[in-house]
Design a protein. Sequence first.
Lengths: 140, 393
Amino acid sequence: MTEAAKPVPPKPTPRPAPESIPYWEAAKQHRLEIPRCRACGGWWFPPSRSCPHCMSADVEFKQASGRGKVFSFVMYDRVYHPSFAEEVPYVVALVELDEGPRMISNIVGIPPEDVRCDMPVTVVFDDVAEGVTVPKFKPA
Amino acid sequence: MIETSNDLRDTCAIVGIGNSRLGKVPGVSSLDLVVEAMRNAIDDAGLKVSDIDGILCRGPDEIYSHHQEVGGRLGINAKFSTTVTNGGASQILSVALATMAIKHGLATTVICGYGRDAWSRTHANEEARVRNETRPPSQLPREFGPEYGYYSAAATHAFGATRHMHLYGTTKEHFGHIAVAFREHALRNPQAQMKKPLTMEEYHAQRSIVRPFGLYDCSLRSDAAGAVIVTSRARAKDLKQPPVVIKGFGTHNNTKGWFADDNMVVTAAKQSGERAYAMAGLGPRDVDTAQIYDCFTYMVLTQLEDYGFCKKGEGGDFVASGALRMGGALPTNTSGGQLSEAHAEGVLQLVEGARQMRHAYPAHRQVKDAEIALISGHGGNQVCHSTLILGRA
């Protein structure tokens, strides 16, 4: 087999922590649901079972607006995992949701060179594999 | 106002300093490298290994019982010993814990050290590197990263660099000044891993890794270890070397996370430094040389701001002024740092800061008339920080 014909391995898919399962289940339905505190109204991410704002255990998953902005980002030229060989250069961003929490994601639908800090973005859902959906963001 | 007790100021001293072979040392485990550095530190101090009654060290992540392994290889029992797991902040934290233990009678003579075999083993090839960088291990969750192609400490720190550039107009050229200055220092250090000069043109032509970082923004992959020995000022008087006095230290950990608040542009060096200055009764203007945790170029720039050597946002101008070079306003990472000497998670910055206080270097390596050295440690998940201020007796 020549180097060029070497099969590209599949991209890693999420292996959720128990407390993140509702997030990934909602993503499959193309909804961005993140933890919110019924006691103080605070939002946070990544998921955990008590509120980091007030330590209440009265928490729920609630649909977020899906709107936010790019807090910061990086652009990969190096291939760290062979499944991303065809993707470089690609952008990994820290998106700050309008609700406050920040999450790692990709910015898609824009040339990587045009991504900027504080740029408004909105969620899109990428059905990456059977039963697996990964939330990403595109320019708003 | 931060209230910091100063009853530890000037109570202890570093009396032994050692490092292992640096760079590419195949066939030697990280444990043997740290023991090699410790043996050199014990010889340097004129002590016998049986004089050591405390061990504080950081080991490779998979060896949680590291201090026990080290004690076994040194052939000693310890009154006070543990493994410290604050990443690159561990080495200075070890010196801080040693000082507290000695002050309160839990031990008399504590050895602190760290070693890694990153060149030979943990980062030896692509497979090992990815395995090392896709923590947590297989039985733990893996989400919010790998599915987006988010890998490497380079990327995590690069988020801070991007944000700093956005807020303050910091440029790649600024990062280049840091890489070029430290390379120049490495050329004065015969043990340094990097032997060739680095020009600004070569810096700009570097291979891109994770923008904004290229190859020369990233610290080295090294087999390397270092160690220091801490004892009381009273005991230090009877030992072989001029004691290097521990004037102050501080720690701060932004445990809410690197991605929380403004932590990626105002690091825990700020509060850690304020505490160390308060304990020492000193400020940034008193510091003659700095040894800053340089896992990536940007981290030097932001820490220089956070330590008050210049204002927030003015780090670019500060490094462009030539301040970091030998003969500059604040000669920094004078052994070449982790960018050009060898990367051992900050222990070599501790070793170099202490050596500068002995005034035993030949003139081209010695920061002239240096009386005070500041050393930083940064690590864990980018949020742990420790600061040490050393002086001459």
